[in-house]
Every structure is written in C-alpha cells, then in structure tokens.
Design a protein. Structure first.
Length: 320
C-alpha cells in the first residue's frame, strides 16, 4: 500500500498485505474443513438439508464466521475511541497516523474482499458451486468497496472506513443467518431473521449510512480537508485541485454504495410484499452478500413426493 501522507515502510505494508491475504485463505480452510463442511455433511446425511443446498449453506456459514470475526475486531478497535461513529471525529487532526490494530483490520478485510471476488469468479478454484442472479451488481459493489478501502488506507481515512464496513456487517450477519435457517430448513427462524434483516437494512444502510457517512463526508469532510487545503494551496505532494478531485472520487464511490443500497432496498420491499401475499418468506433473499439460484425451487419440489428423501423439519436427531 502507498504511504502518501504518513511516513511508513512500503515493504512492511506489502508484507502486511501478503500475510493477511494468505491468512484469510488459511482461516477459510480451517473453518470450512474442520467445522462447516462436517456440519453440512451431517445435515445432508441425516436428511435435514438437501444436497443441492450444501454449497450455499457452507458459503453462508463461512461469511458469518468471517464477518463475525471482523465485526468483533472492529468493536475492539472502535469502542472507546471518540471518533467511532462520530462524524466530527472522522477527520479531526487530519492527516493522522493510522494505529497498527486498525492497519491490520484494514488489510484483513481487504484480503477478504479480494477472496470474495475470487470465489465469485472461481479464479483459484470452485470453492462454492452457487449460481447468482445479480453477479454484475455484486462485482460493482465489491470493486467499489475495494477501491474505497485502498484509497482510504493510502490517505489515512481509516476512521470513517472502519465505520462504513461495520455498518455493512450488521446486515450481512442477519442475512446469512436467515439463509442458514432457510437451507436447514427452519421456516419460523428464517422468517424472524429475514424480518430483522429487512428492518435493519433500512435503518443501517439507508438512514445510518446516509447520515453518518454520506452527510458526514459532504459536510465535515469538505470543511476539514478540502477547505483548509484549498486555502493552503495544497498538501504534501498534491495541489489543491488534485485534492479536490480526490474528494470527488471518494464521495462518488461512497454514493455509489448508497445507490446500490437503494436498489437492493427496492428488491427487499418487493420480496416483503410477495411474501405477505403468499403467506411465507420468499426463498430469493438477496443483498450485497448473495442472490439465490432460480433452480432451488424445482429441486426442492422434486424432493417432496419421496417420503424417504424428504428433508426433516425441526426434529431433533435420534441418538445413535
């Protein structure tokens, strides 16, 4: 990562990224091979889950494990800091030096997003055989997130960066939990978590994100960074005009994420209306984390007539 404003060792930053990039694959391997895959195999063997849902179950479990870890680490870093979820603190004393724990948090999460692109495009391997309806939107979201993380890390805008990531984490955890209960299946629990996901989506990704991120960058970011730099004629190796266009780039990509939130929010409203009309939760739950495969319903219907192959619902397994 470039060290543009604060002094740092470029080689150390490169080593940090390499360590976290390899580490996220090792972390995934440990979770998937030692915990998630054995659970998925047991559920399929005992007919609590269809084989067709196995990869989707594994992927949702991995996302919960990873994002849950990041969210916990983020709370450890942010709680107690006066800038955490505080628009006036994001840009105070800019440029500031990002502390080591936050640098590691950033690199770990950045590696996770690169891994997510890898898993979507099956670059290194077919880790999950999952078809998606919104690959284009997902890739736009992932690359926008990666671009924002790289730029904010390079220019030490990591305070607002960690807040952006943690706002997204809340919905991701609820969504993946709802999917897990849907795959098992456990309808009532899936309905509860999907309802929580839908409600929290509009609270976190529309209201909180717009107020504490977009509006904060528009006001506090402009007044604390752009205005002083324009008065000084520049900062570091960059002119005032360069900083202005950097601000436009940063604000535009944050706004792009908000636009995606609005689009997916519209999809959520459509799902809620359809679910209320049908009297059950829509199986096509989606957000920036995943879209479901259209082939799910036919597979499930084929499995229903056969009594021996029917998935058991909410029954405790017999002791063997």
């Amino acid at each position: 990562m470039p060290c543009i404003l604060a002094e740092c060792n470029e080689l150390d930053e490169l080593k940090r990224f390499a360590t976290t990039f390899v580490g996220i694959y090792v972390y995934h391997f440990v979770w998937d091979k030692l915990i998630i895959s054995p659970i998925a195999t047991w559920l399929v063997r005992h007919k609590y889950m269809l084989q067709a849902k196995r990869d989707k179950f594994r992927e949702s479990m991995w996302k919960n494990a990873a994002v849950g870890t990041f969210f916990t680490f983020g709370l450890y870093i942010g709680l107690g800091e006066d800038w955490f979820m505080n628009p006036k603190g994001y840009f105070a004393e800019f440029p500031y030096v990002t502390p080591e724990p936050l640098r590691w948090y950033y690199m770990i999460y950045l590696s996770f997003w690169f891994q997510s692109v890898d898993f979507m495009l099956n670059i290194t391997n077919k880790h999950y055989v999952v078809k998606r309806k919104d690959n284009a939107e997902m890739l736009v979201h992932h690359f926008a997130t990666i671009s924002l993380m790289v730029v904010s890390y390079a220019f030490d805008l990591t305070r607002i960066g960690i807040c952006v990531l943690m706002i997204h984490d809340v919905n991701d955890l609820l969504l993946e939990t709802a999917k897990i209960f849907m795959y098992v299946p456990c309808g009532p629990m899936a309905d509860i978590f999907f309802a929580l996901f839908a409600i929290v989506w509009f609270i976190m990704r529309w209201f909180v994100y717009a107020k504490y991120i977009i509006y904060a960058v528009h006001t506090e970011g402009w007044n604390s960074i752009v205005v002083p730099i324009q008065k000084a004629g520049g900062m570091g190796a960059f002119s005032a005009d360069t900083w202005y266009w950097f601000y436009i780039f940063f604000f535009s990509f944050l706004s792009l994420l908000l636009a995606l939130h609005v689009v997916w929010g519209y999809m959520i409203v459509k799902m809620v209306i359809r679910s209320l009309q049908e009297g059950k939760a829509d199986r096509d739950i989606r957000s920036d984390s995943e879209a479901e495969d259209e082939d799910d319903k036919p597979v499930a219907k084929k499995a229903e007539p056969a009594t021996d192959s029917k998935v058991k619902r909410r029954r405790a397994p017999k002791a063997e």
